[in-house]
Design a protein around this ligand. Structure first.
Ligand SMILES: C[S@@+](CC[C@H](N)C(=O)[O-])C[C@H]1O[C@@H](n2cnc3c(N)ncnc32)[C@H](O)[C@@H]1O
Length: 240
């Protein structure tokens, strides 16, 4: 229990298993009061635990529907937008940053969304322990930490092993969607995906994709556009 925690209250702490290389830094979560309250109010409805093991998506949402999984949703605004605009789909988000999770569940609660669930956990662990094979229709990873310095490049989440860990989780015909505003990372994503067994580029060999309509433009992206920065979307389909 933390100092501010009342007995019976949920402990606001990301879940992860031990590992040597992580794609994120566990940041001290400076949370607003409303984000903190959101955990008590909304976590029981939207939250999932890594330590509860494998989930059955149809059971989780009480319906059979296409499943979208997003890793690293940050403050969650684009994920909320998508859950609102694609009500016929089920959404699972995974994020380690507690303030972002707090904001997302607060907004999901206010908007009375019933097609979204979240893990506050390391996505690699969630993929390994919780997500069944051939369950995902669309996988999303938007603006992942670029780890600019060469010596940190190994911390980038997009790596051949990560892609092969994800592959069985996608349905055959399911889509892998990455976006980044850091050109060297875009090239790295393209190389990793082009060489990955079982995938085919949706736009032709080595081609970046136009932004699909379902991915909203974030504030940060709009600012980047004004400053003349690029954004690269990478879309691959699981073929085998
Ligand atoms: C640069 S931010 C981008 C956030 C958001 N997608 C956006 O476009 O604004 C990357 C996010 O990924 C999260 N992240 C990185 N590695 C992760 C992992 N292994 N599991 C869960 N979240 C992760 C970080 O906490 C961070 O919030």
């Amino acid at each position: 229990m933390t100092d501010n925690q009342q007995p019976g209250e949920f402990e606001i702490k990301p879940e992860y298993k031990k590992k040597s290389i992580r794609s994120y830094v566990v940041r001290g979560g400076r949370m607003t009061e409303s984000q903190e309250k959101a955990f008590n109010r909304w976590w029981p409805q939207f939250g999932l635990s890594l330590f509860d093991g494998a989930v059955e998506p149809a059971q989780l949402f009480g319906r059979q529907a296409p499943l979208v999984l997003e890793i690293g949703f940050g403050m969650g605004d684009s994920l909320i937008y998508m859950a609102e605009h694609e009500p016929e789909k089920n959404f699972v988000g995974i994020e380690v940053h507690p303030p972002g999770v707090g904001r997302l569940i607060n907004n999901a609660g206010k908007s009375e969304l019933d097609n979204i669930k979240v893990y506050m956990a390391d996505a690699v662990d969630v993929l390994e322990d919780c997500i069944p094979d051939a369950s995902i229709d669309r996988f999303q990873l938007y603006f992942p930490d670029p780890w600019h310095k060469k010596k940190h490049n190994k911390r980038r989440i997009v790596q051949p092993e990560f892609v092969q860990k994800l592959r069985p989780k996608l349905k055959v015909g399911g889509v892998m969607h990455f976006a980044t505003d850091w050109e060297p990372y875009a090239e790295h994503m393209m190389e990793v995906m082009s060489e990955a067994e079982g995938f085919e580029n949706c736009c032709g060999e080595y081609q970046f994709a136009p932004r699909p309509d379902y991915r909203p433009i974030t504030k940060f992206e709009k600012r980047g556009e004004r400053l003349g920065h690029g954004v690269w979307d990478v879309l691959f389909e699981r073929k085998a």
